[in-house]
Design a protein around this ligand. Structure first.
Ligand SMILES: *Cc1c(COP(=O)(O)O)cnc(C)c1O
Length: 394
């Protein structure tokens, strides 16, 4: 074995954090529910508490099961360090609160995740933190706003629901020149398809609730970056308390082991479905970064190794057509969220963008007849048959 060689993502997903034997030779990660950790020796306890020696003190801070998950995402994102949170939103809010102070300025995009948008529009301004939201794929506008001076640049690519693509290398460079930290929410791509740290970002965040867990049965947030930044997030989280439960960490660990297999299949399924829908007369427009017709295709090709499992499309017709279509699909749950093994779909007007007015949605390019379709790992021919049938019934 070549010891210096870096393992692939599929291998790291399985083995990351699991090289040292677990108790009694356990083959799977033990779920350590203990809140506290006992020491026979006061001096040892002191050294662990001071951080001079490996070990755990209290599970709000660190926990052996949670630590295995953190090591997996660290390897998958090629980061120096990683930490975890109770939910994706906890990862995002804790990151912003840990790194920003009154008087700071954030530059971000209009298409960020709904909850993140609420932080930008409602919560940060209350702390006297200025937020400027740019047109998502307008790189010139982003660069100009960043150059005016800011402390943090917050990005997502691809975005929800029209899969807009941002050149992460280009914008990270602009941020670096301005002395700002670049944070990328990598939830939609997953670490299999995209590694923002390699493109110059400083921090990567995941809602592990989605692809990493993969089964819609765990809420979890993760963050990766250099040790300094991750320490800041960890220090904030251990006091503010949005810690991950070890049972949930176990679910995500189990999910991650099949991440590469699932995402590979989802990439293939989504590409086939996007091609199929593009040729259908009842479909007005398909948004998928893998399509040559997609505005961000060239950048996506450069910075992603797969185009992901989410696509969206507009039907010919109005909202009644959307209802008829969705109600006639068989292999789908009409539900929020994404990245699960089973296909999920819904109109952004009732899910992610329900709080916006019709005009606000239109400004973001979200028409009333848009459907977001998060492709599962089903057999693609069944999904395409299902789509065909529901389209015929409109
Ligand atoms: C779901 C999601 C979040 C929020 O994650 P939770 O785990 O639901 O708190 C953040 N960003 C993106 C892109 C998401 O899809």
């Amino acid at each position: 074995m070549n010891k210096g060689k870096k393992a692939g993502k599929g291998t790291n997903a399985v083995w990351g954090g699991e090289f040292e034997p677990f108790q009694d030779g356990s083959h799977t990660v033990p779920v350590v529910k203990s809140v506290t950790y006992a020491y026979d020796d006061l001096d040892e306890w002191y050294e662990v508490a001071k951080g001079n020696q490996k070990g755990h003190i209290y599970s709000r801070n660190t926990n052996p099961t949670v630590a295995v998950l953190e090591e997996k995402i660290r390897l998958l994102e090629g980061a120096e360090a990683a930490t975890s949170f109770a939910t994706g939103m906890a990862a995002i809010s804790n990151t912003l609160y840990a790194l920003l102070k009154p008087g700071d300025r954030v530059v971000s995009i209009k298409d960020s995740y709904g909850g993140t948008s609420r932080l930008f529009l409602d919560f940060l301004p209350k702390l006297n933190i200025e937020v400027t939201l740019c047109e998502t794929d307008n790189h010139e506008e982003l660069e100009a706003e960043i150059a005016k001076g800011c402390q943090l640049v917050y990005l997502e690519s691809p975005t929800n629901p029209t899969l807009k693509i941002i050149d992460l290398k280009r914008i990270s460079e602009a941020a670096m020149k301005a002395g700002a930290i670049t944070v990328v929410d990598n939830t939609f791509a997953s670490p299999i398809n995209q590694n923002p740290l390699e493109l110059g970002a400083d921090l990567v965040i995941h809602s592990a609730t989605k692809y990493l867990s993969g089964h819609s049965d765990a809420l979890c947030g993760l963050a990766c970056g250099n040790r300094d930044l991750i320490d800041k997030l960890f220090r904030y989280r251990e006091i503010n308390g949005a810690s991950l439960h070890p049972e949930t960490a176990y679910s995500v660990i189990r999910g991650i082991k099949t991440l590469e297999l699932r995402v590979d299949r989802q990439n293939q399924n989504a590409m086939q479905i996007a091609d199929y829908l593009s040729g259908h007369p009842k479909v007005k427009k398909v948004f998928y970064p893998g399509l040559k017709s997609h505005k961000g295709h060239d950048i996506a090709k450069k910075q992603m190794s797969g185009f992901g499992g989410i696509l969206s499309f507009e039907l010919e017709g109005d909202y009644d057509a959307v209802k008829a279509f969705l109600h006639n699909l068989k292999y789908v749950h009409l539900a929020a969220s994404l990245g699960a093994v089973s296909t999920l779909a819904g109109p952004p007007r009732t899910t992610s963008h329900v709080e916006l007015t019709e005009q606000q949605r239109e400004d973001l390019g979200i028409s009333e007849s848009l459907i977001r379709y998060s492709v599962g790992i089903e057999n693609p021919e069944d999904l395409i048959d299902d789509l065909e049938n529901a389209l015929n019934l409109i």
